[in-house]
Design a protein around this ligand. Structure first.
Ligand SMILES: CC(C)(COP(=O)(O)OP(=O)(O)OC[C@H]1O[C@@H](n2cnc3c(N)ncnc32)[C@H](O)[C@@H]1OP(=O)(O)O)[C@@H](O)C(=O)NCCC(=O)NCCS
Length: 175
């Protein structure tokens, strides 16, 4: 990716197949360097495309924030909803994901994407939105609190990555 010297203008729109490489670059970086995603190894391009299609086919939104850099579309971040649990009774509940490319953070993108995602969730008649935040992720906790998410509780040591146990805080917002 080209080095970013000035803050670009971002456009938010639904994700399509062509955004998959950009989304996967962001996710795989986060998998590699952080505990914000509990996978250990990179997600393949094929699996990322499967995820996009099954998410959209399942009735969940995926939004991307796009910047034009050197005449090319660059995915600055994405937000999506996905199944919280499979059983019928959970149909109006969804779990959100929000990832901003590390070079595009602290520019208000997370706030814009989360706002648009929650608007879309209301349009689609979801009732409860769940967040799951790994220990130490103050940025996510602060951003979610801004939108009214309440902390449901912290599960101790339910994750294991980088050779250590990790606590996980669950958040909920009723729409
Ligand atoms: C959390 C994340 C989505 C925030 O995105 P962002 O675009 O950098 O956030 P914004 O610029 O929109 O900031 C919105 C607010 O979030 C909070 N925030 C963002 N980054 C922060 C940081 N590094 N430290 C503390 N608070 C932070 C602040 O309250 C900020 O408001 P302010 O700028 O007025 O102080 C981003 O850091 C990220 O992608 N992290 C890795 C993946 C992840 O943790 N996803 C969430 C899993 S639920």
């Amino acid at each position: 990716m080209a080095e970013i010297t000035t803050k670009p203008t971002y456009t938010v729109r639904p994700a399509t197949d062509k955004d998959v490489p950009g989304i996967n670059t962001i996710v795989n970086h986060e998998i590699e360097v952080s505990i914000n995603n509990f996978n250990y190894g990179p997600r393949s391009a094929e699996d990322a495309l499967k995820w996009l299609n099954s998410t959209i086919d399942g009735g969940y939104p995926i939004l991307v924030a796009i910047a034009i850099i050197d005449n090319q579309e660059v995915v600055g971040g994405y937000a999506s909803l996905g199944s919280f649990r499979q059983k019928d009774g959970y149909r109006y509940t969804a779990e959100y994901s929000l990832y901003i490319h590390h070079e595009h953070r602290r520019r208000g993108l997370g706030r814009i994407l989360l706002k648009d995602l929650l608007d879309e969730a209301r349009n689609r008649k979801f009732h409860a939105i769940i967040g799951s935040v790994s220990e130490g992720n103050e940025a996510s906790l602060r951003l979610a609190a801004e939108f009214g998410f309440r902390v449901v509780g912290t599960m101790k040591e339910n994750g294991f990555k980088f050779n250590r146990w990790i606590d996980n805080t669950f958040l909920e917002l009723l729409l």
